[in-house]
Design a protein around this ligand. Structure first.
Ligand code: ADP
Ligand code: DP6
Ligand code: CO
Length: 361
């Protein structure tokens, strides 16, 4: 290792987009390894809109692993952060940077500590998959820092141990998380179904109904569901396996009617499963329901789906329009139904700087 008196710092910054599931993951068969009860499929969003930026650094002067999230120090003693750190550390390889005079061996990595600083450019813990972007980015950045040679699919299996949905954010485009069969979870990882260019007419509009932190985290919510919901068992065994096959077909053929029908139905069944939990979990609110009605009525009037909706564990709507023209119409309709500065103000319906609105224009 470089001389400790040199006080060097090695730093890596990574940016990772979030992903929104169109066939949802909800329920674990193994809590510790984070192994799901069913496969899931997601769309990775454009990093310009919703993403995490994480900087990881290492220095012989650091005496413990520490992390700051959105500017505040958080504890990383929990199992999830520790699993990710342990898995990446165990795969660290030598670094020999003659220019900087830094030489780190595999053995050194066991003793060196890291500092992690992470920012989400969208609401954290509000049902917009911050845990997905967050843990995927953390694992990716640590992997780069420690010169880990694993490929994206192997990294996805590590990110999975931070937050299940995170495994899908290692890839762009359409991604499937294969639940796997192995007890140790080695085959529970993400694969890319199609890249971001495959279906690039689609436009995603996010309606931020509330950026407040949700009352029931995804982890707690799905644990309660697994323990109490019979509907979940039916969903995981009978419904999702068939839907996954149909969704893969719809994506392959860019069949928007089928894609929209499957996406909306699966979101609704996920929320039905939440209601079937004891005590029931309410992630959507009145505004979410009004958005669903608006889309359903519009799709019916057109005779063929124009927009798909999906809601994660929170009230915020993710709306997928079949093309730019439809997205522009959708935004018009949303503005009409939820006028700015009215009681039904949805003014924050397009993310922060309105970048998604710009995309649709
Ligand atoms: P969400 O719907 O936003 O994914 P979750 O309840 O699944 O909400 O997860 C929220 C948790 O994810 C946070 O409390 C935090 O522990 C973790 N998290 C969020 N952002 C990051 C990040 N950038 N880096 C690491 N962990 C993060
Ligand atoms: C509704 O991945 O956040 O967004 O694995 O406990 O961290 P943990 O849960 P998380 O759950 C995501 C649930 C969901 C659906 C999905 O992303 O598939
Ligand atoms: Co999450």
């Amino acid at each position: 290792m470089a001389d400790e008196s040199q006080k060097w710092v090695l730093m890596v910054t990574a940016q990772t987009p979030t992903n929104i599931a169109v066939i949802k993951y909800w329920g674990k068969r193994d809590e510790k390894l984070i192994l799901p009860v069913n496969d899931s499929i997601s769309v990775t969003l454009d990093p310009a809109h919703l993403c995490t930026t994480t900087t990881v650094s290492v220095s012989p002067t650091f005496d413990q692993d520490r992390m700051w999230l959105n500017g505040e120090e958080i504890s990383i003693s929990g199992g999830r952060f520790q699993s990710c750190l342990r898995e990446i550390r165990s795969r660290a390889t030598d670094i020999d940077d003659k220019e900087k005079g830094i030489n780190i061996t595999k053995k050194d990595w066991e003793k060196l500590h890291v500092h992690i600083s992470s920012y989400n450019n969208f609401p954290t813990a509000a049902g917009l998959a911050s845990s997905a972007a967050g843990f995927a980015c953390l694992v990716f950045a640590l992997g780069k820092l420690m010169n880990v040679k694993e490929d994206h699919s192997q990294l996805s299996a590590i990110a999975r141990q931070g937050s299940g949905s995170a495994c899908r954010s290692l890839y762009g485009g359409f991604v499937k998380w294969i639940m796997g069969k192995e007890e140790k979870g080695t085959d529970s990882l993400a694969v890319q179904l199609a890249d971001e260019k495959h279906w690039d007419e689609l436009v995603i509009v996010i309606a931020v109904v509330s950026s407040r932190q949700k009352e029931t985290s995804s982890t707690t919510g799905m644990r309660d569901t697994v323990e109490t919901s019979l509907l979940l068992q039916h969903r995981a065994k009978e419904v999702v396996p068939k839907r996954i096959l149909k969704m893969e077909e719809a994506i392959k053929n860019r069949d928007f009617a089928s894609f929209a029908q499957l996406t909306c139905t699966d979101s609704n069944q996920f929320h039905a499963v939440c209601l079937d939990t004891c005590p029931p979990i309410f992630y959507m609110n009145d505004t979410s329901h009004r958005i669903i009605s608006l889309v359903e009525k519009w799709n019916k009037a057109e005779g063929t789906p124009q927009v798909a909706y999906t809601f994660d564990a929170g009230p915020n709507a993710v709306l997928i329009a079949r093309n730019r023209k439809t997205a522009a119409l959708l935004i018009q309709k949303l503005l009409f139904c939820f006028p700015p500065n009215s009681d039904a103000d949805l003014s924050s319906f397009v993310l922060g700087d309105k970048s998604i609105l710009k995309d649709a224009g």
